[in-house]
Design a protein around this ligand. Structure first.
Ligand SMILES: [Zn+2]
Length: 142
């Protein structure tokens, strides 16, 4: 089973749907069996948008004078910079904020990032709120 976040191109409604495979999704879409729950438009597309990104401070310590690690670190920093510029930092309130975006359907609100416990992540997942866990490192050497 695959869960896709779908978007209605007519009314911008976002919703989740389960499919047995990506092929099934394509088939249903082509045959216009996919409909928006709100306006019934068959104009549905898959989105790769992730509404919330979860930040984790608990990353293992790695030797820093290692070229491979430096490379990886650079990529992580770039990722972090992007998140910092495009997402709102909510700190420990992550679970609360993620829920309020999810349930109040704040389409225009920025994505958020922050920290949450394993239990909170599990609860959010059970409620159908997708989060993404990324490594987070503090920029304190250079
Ligand atoms: Zn619609």
């Amino acid at each position: 089973m695959i869960k896709y976040k779908l978007i209605c191109k007519d009314c911008n409604n976002l919703f989740d749907s389960w499919f047995s495979s990506s092929k099934e999704y394509e088939k249903l879409r082509k045959q216009k069996y996919l409909n928006c729950h709100i306006c019934y438009s068959p104009n549905i597309e898959k989105t790769i948008m992730s509404p919330s990104i979860l930040r984790s401070d608990n990353i293992p310590k790695v030797k820093i004078n290692d070229d491979k690690y430096k490379k990886v670190k650079k990529i992580i920093y770039e990722h972090q910079k992007f998140i910092e510029n495009n997402f709102k930092y909510v700190g420990e309130n992550f679970a609360y904020e993620a829920r309020s975006i999810h349930y109040e359907d704040k389409k225009k609100s920025k994505g958020i990032y922050g920290s949450a416990s394993k239990e909170e992540i599990k609860e959010l997942k059970e409620e159908g709120i997708e989060t993404e866990i990324i490594p987070w490192i503090k920029n304190n050497n250079n």
